[in-house]
Design a protein around this ligand. Structure first.
Ligand code: UD1
Ligand code: CA
Length: 476
């Protein structure tokens, strides 16, 4: 193997007590992915020979959440000995004996360290002679972080944890970002000698640089200028802050790719989403999971799309959709709710106050107002009148409704499934369709209308309605 082979160790065994959560800290999500998922995605981009994730707290839950998306990651169980030093030690022990490359150590709770930053960090390490290179940053408020203590000549001397720091040490504003590159030999040599004689009785990985220096070996530091890449999540306030920073980056990336984002502060785009040039995102809009938006589409305001596909030049206003496909030039909203497996054809319309689910709505077909369309196949050129409802559930089973091409239903039609409306059929207002309607037929199911004249004056005497009726009779 060459001296440049790379192993990445991601620390994810801690409990994350400060989150006060049932969920392990590293599984809390920002940008549509668990914190540690971002670190794993970055590791994938770096193309390491080995990627190891150290787990312990709720290890089954952590492994289950990641194994599918990151098939190349190897999960390593930390034992009952606590501390980042022990975590790295068990991971190094699991590397092949002949691995002689560099080990990049990352924290599962630091999701903002992107691939470009880490590539530069690795290069800085490889360009020098040090057995270890730390990533450090100079911050205004170093609270909670390990402090980087330098010697008189300005070199790294050691790292002191916050809880073990003297007042002078605590005043140092250069912090250990918790990301390191080590030559694997350094870890193999020094980790077995790291003790637990500190405020937290843990094996600190942060003891290794000081030990190296005591033996006269150099330790390098790479100071990052964008301190946000070092931000870790230890509590929920930091979770929100880091989530906001990630979103800011994602929004900016799409803006530079040609997407108009009117209000970046209220636009949330997950890392897996993709947007084409000339898409416009109006304020207060959430583009989540693997949503894909094609050129020229206009989304928002006040819209949430989860795992959706939106075609070219489509418009989606003030609506909520999950696992829906919206065709090119189609329009949706305002105020509609598209549930999974809604497929709206090109130039189709789902208008105001409409709920759809498991429904295929053909090209150019319209569901303009106040409807429920569930478990249905709607052909092309169909118009479902205001308040047309598919009654798909008979209290035991769900049934399908099939509406063939060019059908127009009257307002307030109820389609009692299973039922089929043949091509070009029409229904009268208020029709309750329980039997199939042959192609080209008009279906009506309303009893003849009966007007009982004088009923109001006789039965509601003295009311405003009765008075109005009386006046209108006199006027005649
Ligand atoms: C650690 C560093 C600190 C640094 C900071 C940067 C140590 C001792 N301290 O502190 O110098 O400034 O990160 O964010 O390393 N973990 C394990 N096994 C364990 C303990 C922790 O895998 O036994 C994992 C955690 O899940 C977490 C990471 O290691 O992902 C860091 O642990 P955490 O407890 O958050 O360390 P900090 O106190 O933040
Ligand atoms: Ca931390």
């Amino acid at each position: 193997m060459t001296g440049n082979t790379l192993a990445i160790i991601i620390l994810a065994a801690g409990q994350g007590t400060r989150m006060r959560s049932r969920l392990p800290k590293v599984l809390h999500e920002i940008g549509g992915r668990p914190l540690v998922g971002h670190v794993l995605t970055t590791a994938q981009r770096l193309g390491a020979d080995h990627v190891e994730v150290v787990v312990r707290h709720e290890r089954d839950q952590v492994v289950a959440a990641l194994a599918h998306d990151y098939p190349d990651a190897v999960f390593i169980d930390q034992d009952e000995i606590p501390g980042t030093g022990r975590a790295v030690q068990v991971a190094v022990d699991a590397l092949p004996d002949d691995f002689d490359g560099d080990v990049l150590v990352l924290s599962g709770d630091c999701p903002l360290a992107d691939a470009d930053t880490l590539r530069a960090f690795l290069e800085a390490h490889r360009a020098g002679q040090a057995g270890a290179t730390l990533m450090t940053a100079v911050v205004d408020d170093p609270t909670g972080y390990g402090r980087v203590i330098r010697d008189e000549s300005g070199g790294v001397d050691r790292i002191v944890e916050q809880k073990d720091a003297s007042a002078d040490e605590a005043a140092v504003r250069e912090i250990n970002a918790g990301m390191y590159v080590f030559r694997v030999g350094v870890l193999r040599e020094y980790l077995p000698t790291v003790g637990v004689d500190n405020a937290q009785s843990e094996m600190y990985l942060t003891d290794v640089p000081g030990m190296l220096r005591r033996d006269g070996s150099p330790v390098a530091a790479s100071v990052v200028t964008d301190v946000t890449v070092t931000y870790g999540v230890n509590d929920r306030a930091q979770l929100a802050e880091v989530g906001r920073l990630l979103n800011q980056r994602i929004v900016r990336r799409w803006q530079l790719e040609g997407v108009t984002v009117i209000d970046p502060a209220t636009t949330w785009i997950d890392d897996d989403a993709t947007l084409a040039p000339d898409v416009t995102i109006l304020p207060n809009t959430h583009i989540l999971r693997a949503t894909k938006i094609a050129e020229g589409a206009i989304i928002g305001p006040d819209t949430t799309l989860v795992d959706c596909e939106v075609g070219e030049d489509a418009i989606v206003r003030r609506s909520d959709a999950t696992l829906a496909v919206i065709g090119a030039e189609a329009t949706v909203g305002p105020f509609s709710f598209l549930r999974p497996n809604t497929v709206l054809g090109a130039r189709g319309k789902i208008g105001a106050y409409v709920e759809t689910k498991n429904a295929e709505i053909g090209e150019g077909s319209k569901v303009p107002h106040l409807s429920y369309v569930g478990d249905a196949t709607i052909g092309r050129g169909v118009n479902l009148g205001a308040s047309t409802i598919t009654a798909n559930y008979d209290d035991v089973h769900k049934h399908r409704t099939v509406v063939e091409d060019e059908v127009h239903t009257g307002s307030h039609t109820t389609l009692v499934a299973p039922v089929r409306l043949g091509a070009g059929a029409k229904t009268g207002a208020g029709a309750v369709v329980r039997k199939d309607v042959p192609a080209g037929s008009l279906s009506m199911s309303i009893a003849p209308q009966r007007n009982i004249e004088g009923w109001v004056e006789k039965n509601r005497a003295g009311t405003g309605a009765a008075d109005a009726a009386a006046r209108s009779r006199v006027a005649e």
